[in-house]
Design a protein. Structure first.
Lengths: 166, 504
């Protein structure tokens, strides 16, 4: 049992790798670019003719809002994450708007993945995914770990996994 | 069958399965034929008969080829199924992956003395290992070899009387439970049928419903006619529920076997399922508003990888008194729910979260009624009623804990009481949305393995500190229960009975 009440003190948790912020920024930026490009195509095709606004306004708005989001949101998201590796369990926190604290007992882990996306690769980051036999949260992801750290964590958890299912 | 088998052990299905397959294929082809005959201008009885004969022949050919190409073998530690006409598929299911083996006997199967065997592995794929059909003796032998835990001692099956009966339903009970099976599903089925007929061009909906007819019908719609129709629908709903219940639960019998609870039921399709006790995750005691008032409940177990049709939830007693349910629970190693005094709800401020959305909607509708259209008042009243229902629901959404298990009760009308032994915990989660954070509330979710429809056991809107402490406490209880279980070498607690004071 952990006596420490840490719901609102993320300091007790291990934060993700700071490079995760950059990964999130790039993801936001790419999504923004794609949306703006679509809006631009629509503008070229005179879709907005019926509206009493100049045709460049929708793509420009999307671009501005998206860039602002890419600047502001990743840090917030990054701060929402945290994990704590216990003796028999790993505790993962995520979310700023809806905050979820998940306790995954090592004995319940069925198998573990370490995944690396194309944007994570240049930053040397990876995502640890814990799979259980449950239904509500059958797989629990933990993104933004240094890849080597993710692999070490996986090996440590694997050593403590037990094979019985029920 | 003296088929030149490629390997000594490989077998074909019972030849009767040819008939079953044929009966399955031909109606499908005939349905197309009816449409063809109805729409084609040369349509006629002769043409249809010709087509039917053709369909019958083709169907027989298909059935023969797929039967010929379906082989199965029981190896030393695995079951191998090989099928497919053009693309061969070979599936190997190791015995230790098998969660359950179900034997089903439909009307035709019983005529031929055969059965359908389904090997469940807990995977998501359909038809994981289905043998449709093999001889009954073969089916039982197969199950005894394949099923986890069940070994030679299963010979007791031939004399089911030897197994202690935990619950059985006589005719009177069956009919009573049928009354509570009220269902309006048949209306949907009827609508689907009409649409189908419309598609095949037998009934033309547009031609059938004309303006004149609609007007004539309009004159007929009086208060009496409406009442009559409503009565008719209710009666039909009762009848449908009755028929369904009798078909499904006829001869319901729950017996204790070595590996678990054996359930037999069914009028035409006799089904036999073993609920493996080692794999039960939670017990559910459900009741509708009327049945609860009269003291009738339904007990089911959430299991891992059991019959997929019921999504891993197996009924153990469809319609029983609490006094009948508690011994079954005890037999399955589940504790009895604690007395009412032990149950607790969330803090009172949670009522704001349960009622506020409805209050907001009601206010919006009331404003709409005042400013735009008076008819919106109906919406306002409906939202107020829904809000009241939500507040009442909060009152009955309660939970309890004792030495062995967590108990959560949920649902205003259809109520579901879940019993989850601590050792069955998969993941614990504490979730807080924006409104919950403002009210310092949190939802504690306990995830269990197996069933989809459960989506975890939830305690909605606890005090947030209490929810956090609860998650830690449940985790500690999980570890303790596991540690206590270890030395017992995977053997399920043998009917650990709670003291009789356990239930009120």
């Amino acid at each position: 049992m952990q006596p420490d009440r840490i719901q609102d003190e993320p300091s007790a948790m291990t934060p993700l790798d700071p490079a995760h912020v950059a990964v999130l920024r790039i993801r936001f930026g790419l999504a923004t670019a794609a949306a703006a490009a679509l809006a631009l195509l629509a503008a070229r095709a005179d879709v907005f003719r019926a509206l009493p606004i100049p045709a460049w306004l929708p793509p420009a708005t999307i671009l501005l809002l998206g860039l602002a989001a890419a600047l502001l949101l990743p840090v917030r998201r990054y701060r929402g994450w945290g994990y704590k590796e216990g003796k028999e369990e790993i505790e993962i926190r995520r979310g700023r708007l809806v905050r979820v604290r998940t306790i995954v007992p090592f004995g319940r882990v069925q198998h573990i993945d370490v995944a690396q996306g194309p944007i994570q690769r240049p930053f040397g980051l990876g995502t640890l995914i814990l799979h259980t036999a449950g239904t509500h949260g059958a797989s629990v992801p933990l993104p933004g770990l240094a890849y080597a750290e993710a692999e070490q964590l996986r090996d440590r958890i694997r050593a403590k996994m037990r094979q019985d299912l029920v | 069958m003296s088929a030149p088998a490629p390997a000594p052990e490989e077998k074909r299905l019972h030849p009767a399965s040819l008939v079953v397959r044929w009966l399955k294929i031909v109606p499908q082809m005939l349905a197309g034929g009816i449409g063809l005959a109805a729409t084609s201008e040369y349509g006629g009885v002769q043409r249809f008969i010709l087509f039917a004969m053709f369909a019958g022949l083709i169907g027989a050919l298909f059935a023969l080829v797929s039967w010929w190409r379906f082989l199965y073998a029981i190896g030393p530690g695995e079951i191998v199924i090989e099928k497919g006409v053009l693309r061969r598929r070979r599936r190997v299911i190791p015995f230790d992956r098998v969660q359950d083996v179900a034997i089903e006997r439909g009307l035709i199967a019983r005529l031929f003395g055969t059965a359908r065997v389904r090997v469940e592995t807990g995977g998501a794929a359909r038809d994981e290992g289905e043998l449709d059909m093999v001889a009954l003796g073969e089916a039982h032998a197969l199950r005894d070899r394949v099923r986890p835990g069940a070994r030679a001692a299963e010979a007791a099956r031939e004399a089911p009387a030897a197994e202690p009966v935990l619950f059985a339903m006589d005719g009177q009970r069956l009919l009573l439970s049928g009354l509570f099976g009220f269902s309006l599903v048949f209306l949907a089925a009827l609508a689907a049928l009409v649409q189908q007929l419309d598609q095949f061009g037998i009934v033309d909906w547009d031609e059938w419903v004309t303006v004149e007819r609609a007007e004539a019908a309009g004159r007929l719609v009086t208060l009496w006619a409406t009442l009559m129709l409503a009565t008719l629908i209710v009666l039909a709903g009762l009848a449908a529920g009755m028929v369904r219940t009798v078909l499904q639960d006829f001869g319901f019998r729950l017996t204790r076997t070595q590996a678990g609870l054996r359930r037999r039921r069914g009028l035409f399709t006799l089904s036999e399922v073993v609920i493996p006790l080692g794999r039960t995750q939670a017990a559910l005691i459900e009741s509708g508003p009327v049945s609860r008032a009269l003291g009738w409940y339904r007990l089911s177990f959430q299991t891992l990888g059991a019959d997929r049709k019921e999504g891993g939830v197996q009924v153990a007693a469809p319609f029983a008194r609490m006094a009948e349910i508690l011994p079954i629970l005890a037999e399955a190693g589940f504790p009895a729910p604690p007395p009412p005094a032990a149950w607790r709800g969330g803090p009172r401020r949670a009522l704001i979260r349960w009622g506020a959305p409805w209050a907001a909607l009601a206010l919006a509708a009331a404003a709409g009624a005042w400013l735009i259209d008076l008819r919106a008042a109906i919406g306002a009243i409906a939202f107020v009623l829904l809000g009241i229902a939500a507040l009442l629901h909060w009152r009955v959404h309660r939970h309890a804990q004792d030495a062995d298990a967590l108990y959560v009760s949920h649902g205003l009308l259809r109520r579901r009481l879940a019993v989850m032994p601590y050792e069955k915990t998969q993941i614990l989660a504490v979730s807080r949305g924006p409104l919950q954070r403002g009210l310092r509330l949190a939802t504690l979710i306990v995830d269990t393995a197996g069933a989809q429809p459960m989506r975890g056991i939830r305690m909605i809107d606890l005090d947030q500190d209490e929810a956090d402490a609860g998650a830690d406490g449940l985790h500690a209880a999980f570890l303790a229960a596991r540690a206590a279980r270890k030395p017992r070498a995977r053997r399920k607690r043998p009917a650990k009975r709670k003291p009789p004071a356990g239930h009120g």
